[in-house]
Design a protein around this ligand. Structure first.
Ligand code: UT7
Length: 324
């Protein structure tokens, strides 16, 4: 018998306020044509003042719990991926725990920027496999609008706010790829690339929050190579082929990166879930948002093989294969 982490709920939340590319042209010297052609983004949601990361995360978590008819009291671990916490401490996860009225178990944040959700899934899966948790709320939530330099057209048009969540439950499987649940996870990082994508502030370095800085071309170049590598590794170790994947749900940073990665891996475009056009890049929230959207519109069905992958600041990158 093998312990598997099976998805029993999913949900998401997007702030009401939405900025279109036309709205962005009023803020910086840009155009709808440039943004769509280079990134595929058409609009992004922006959190209102009261919509903190923990607020968005709590809404997404409530939706995920509702979708599976899950009693919050049965959650014994919350793993929340974010690079934009409400506070330096306490963690955003503990605030969500309190907002959901959960008083048992444990809650903590993981920080791997855009790869955060893949890191959070891997962490939750390992807690479950070790027998340390039975029902884990895994959340990706971000308010990147708060750390953008709104005068820098090269970055401010790219990002948005939002949150997504899944609930993983320990169930028994036979250890084969036919099992439902997380089949494999692969995490990587290489800290030598810190200055390609970073925030120029922090409690210990500058005592400020700082703003996002990015060498877009460099990140782009590494992204396609790293993502293809981690996915190939994931498939090789699991003994699965790309054509067995029902849904490819990549981190939604840039349509061109998604298309290039899918092409390199031989994944048919009709099996790729795209939300970057509507959400922009929501960092750790992008994958759970896309998963929840594709589950709600019935693209992802129970038993489907789903591949998630992401790359972000650090650099960090990773992938996971999940049978829904
Ligand atoms: O989620 C974390 C991972 N992040 C990513 O995956 C982002 C990866 N990088 C990218 O997606 C792309 O590199 C960008 C979308 C950020 C940029 O696209 P690019 O094709 O690499 O453009 P570029 O940075 O080389 O800029 C090309 C031109 C420049 O003008 P010059 O120097 O050629 O005259 C920029 O100044 O486009 C200009 N530009 C803009 N023009 C209109 C940069 N931003 C804008 C803008 N509107 N918003």
């Amino acid at each position: 018998m093998t312990i598997r982490s099976v998805v029993i709920g999913s949900g998401h939340y997007l702030p009401e306020k939405c900025l279109t590319n036309a709205d962005m042209t009023k803020l910086v010297d840009t155009s709808d044509e440039w943004i769509v052609e280079r990134t595929g983004i058409r609009q992004r949601h922006i959190a209102a003042e009261h919509e903190t990361t923990s607020y968005l995360a709590t809404k997404a978590a409530e939706a995920a719990l509702d979708s599976g008819g899950i009693d919050p009291a049965t959650i014994d671990l919350i793993v929340l991926a974010t690079a934009t916490p409400d506070y330096t401490f306490p963690s955003t996860a503990t605030q969500v725990q309190a907002a959901l009225g959960i008083t048992g178990g444990a809650a903590f944040d993981v920080q791997a920027v855009c790869s955060g959700f893949v890191y959070a899934v891997a962490t939750a899966d390992n807690f479950i496999k070790a027998g340390s948790a039975k029902r884990v709320l895994v959340i990706g939530a971000e308010t990147f609008s708060r750390i953008l330099d709104w005068t820098d057209r090269a970055t401010c048009v790219l990002f948005g706010d939002g949150a997504g969540a899944i609930v993983l439950e320990a169930q028994s499987g036979d250890g084969s790829n036919a099992d439902r649940g997380v089949l494999s996870t692969h995490l990587r990082s290489d800290g030598r690339y810190r200055d390609k994508l970073y925030v120029d502030g922090g409690p210990s370095s500058s005592m400020t929050t700082g703003h996002l800085r990015m060498e877009g071309k460099e990140v782009f170049r590494h992204a396609v190579a790293n993502l293809a590598e981690t996915v190939e590794e994931s498939l090789r170790r699991s003994g699965l082929r790309a054509d067995e994947i029902n849904w490819f749900v990549p981190h939604q940073a840039n349509r061109r990166i998604i298309d290039a990665t899918a092409k390199k891996l031989g994944i048919d475009p009709s099996r790729v879930v795209i939300t970057v056009d509507l959400h922009g890049n929501t960092s750790a929230a992008s994958i759970p948002l896309a998963l929840s959207v594709a589950r709600q519109d019935r693209r992802i069905e129970t038993g489907n093989l789903v591949l998630i992958e992401a790359m972000g600041g650090g650099f960090t990158w990773g992938s996971a294969l999940i049978r829904w």
